[in-house]
Ligand binder design. Structure first.
Ligand SMILES: N[C@@H](CCC(=O)N[C@@H](CS)C(=O)NCC(=O)O)C(=O)O
Length: 101
């Protein structure tokens, strides 16, 4: 496994909620706003500000089949992007069972 893939997988495994993000991405802002509004504890990695960001983005495509950001994981499960997060009817329950709220 590449170092970037190991790092991405560790973030997913070790955090209840992970948002792989880019600092200038409006969809990422929307997702983080939604999570902030629910007082969620989450980890965000801004791929455009990380020296391994491009490699991590490629690793995420391998792990999840998704290349775009935000790329969101809750309880190690791939949720998808912003539209998927916004559309989750059971989001609060999911966050509660992950211990993130
Ligand atoms: N439908 C997606 C849209 C996400 C999207 O288009 N993100 C852009 C950044 S704002 C992206 O990933 N572009 C390709 C890239 O940055 O490599 C969602 O809801 O998350």
């Amino acid at each position: 496994m590449s170092a970037a893939k190991t790092r991405a997988q560790s973030l997913i495994n070790d955090n209840a909620v992970v948002v792989f993000s880019k600092s200038y991405c409006p969809y990422c802002d929307s997702s983080k706003k939604l999570l902030d509004g629910l007082n969620t504890k989450y980890t965000a990695l801004e791929l455009d500000q990380d020296e391994e960001g491009a490699a991590i983005q490629s690793a995420l495509a391998e792990i999840s089949g998704q290349r775009t950001v935000p790329n969101i994981f809750i309880n190690k499960k791939h949720i998808g992007g912003n539209s998927d997060l916004q559309g989750k009817k059971d989001l609060k329950d999911l966050l509660k069972s992950a211990g993130a709220i």
